[in-house]
Design a binder for this molecule. Structure first.
Ligand SMILES: Nc1ncnc2c1ncn2[C@@H]1O[C@H](COP(=O)(O)OP(=O)(O)OP(=O)(O)O)[C@@H](O)[C@H]1O
Ligand SMILES: [Mg+2]
Length: 235
């Protein structure tokens, strides 16, 4: 579904990604892990069109999307939930969700999607009339994921959904991601929480200094000595 080949990208004169290749199959749950500054967010930005790659290519659903504008890429069915969330704080939870469906014309289907999101995150239904700016950190992350789902994406890319959350909320977010995967949503997840991530992802890529240093099935990586020492804190 998503194929990234030899991607190079950065900011101005600063090159950050040197040679990033990865692929995500339909229905797969893929994780991108690695230490701070490794280039995980930059990879998602380059895939989603937020920054233009300097070299390499990105294919999505058999179409070349390298360098395409972000709104056009999202119209192709690729939804990107950034770390910053970009919620409309002065609007209600429900209106934020509906904005995620702004390109969809069929009102009945949009309402069905809304019910699905409420099903997945019951707290959002409870808070549907509340201003987004007044939600807790965990609720805001769920709202951002819910809004990303409202466009009925083929692929959902999520950057660090567990960042800054208390352990119980982290578990809620991971449960929601697992539920999404079970419903057939294809996921590319960036996470620092390596252990939890490898419990639910099918496979993972480990980034270091702008390249993919290691890749494999989650089960294999959980057993990998280097990964255990470096990221899982086990010796
Ligand atoms: N807008 C920017 N302008 C200049 N440099 C940037 C910008 N955003 C990121 N960088 C640099 O690019 C490198 C990779 O950053 P990136 O955000 O992709 O890392 P990351 O793997 O997502 O890290 P983290 O786990 O801390 O979120 C870092 O050295 C960072 O300082
Ligand atoms: Mg990041």
């Amino acid at each position: 579904m998503l194929e990234v080949n030899h991607l190079q990208a950065g900011y101005g004169n600063l090159n950050v990604l040197w040679d990033v290749s990865l692929n995500v199959r339909q229905g797969e749950f893929v994780a991108l892990i690695g230490s701070n500054g490794a280039g995980k967010t930059t990879t998602l930005r380059a895939i989603s069109g937020v920054i233009s790659p300097a070299a390499g290519e990105v294919r999505f659903m058999n179409q070349m999307i390298t360098g395409m504008a972000p709104h056009r890429i999202s119209q192709q069915g690729l939804s990107y939930i950034t770390e910053e969330l970009n919620l409309f704080e002065g609007m209600t939870v429900q209106d934020n969700l509906l904005l995620g469906a702004y390109t969809r014309r069929n009102g009945r289907q949009v309402r069905a999607s809304l019910e699905q999101v409420f099903d997945l995150f019951p707290i959002l239904k409870e808070r549907s009339a509340q201003m987004a700016g007044t939600l807790s950190g965990g609720e805001r992350r769920m709202l951002a994921i819910g809004r990303g789902l409202m466009s009925e994406p083929d692929l959902l890319m999520v950057d660090e959904p567990s960042l800054g959350l208390a352990p119980k909320m982290v578990m809620n977010v991971f449960q929601a991601l697992r539920a999404l995967h079970e419903r057939g949503v294809t996921l590319l997840l960036v996470e620092q929480n390596v252990h939890n991530t490898l419990q639910i992802a099918d496979k993972a890529y480990v980034m270091e200094q702008g390249t993919v240093a290691l890749q494999g099935s989650s089960a294999g990586l959980l057993d990998n000595e280097y990964l255990k020492e470096t990221y899982l804190g086990k010796r």
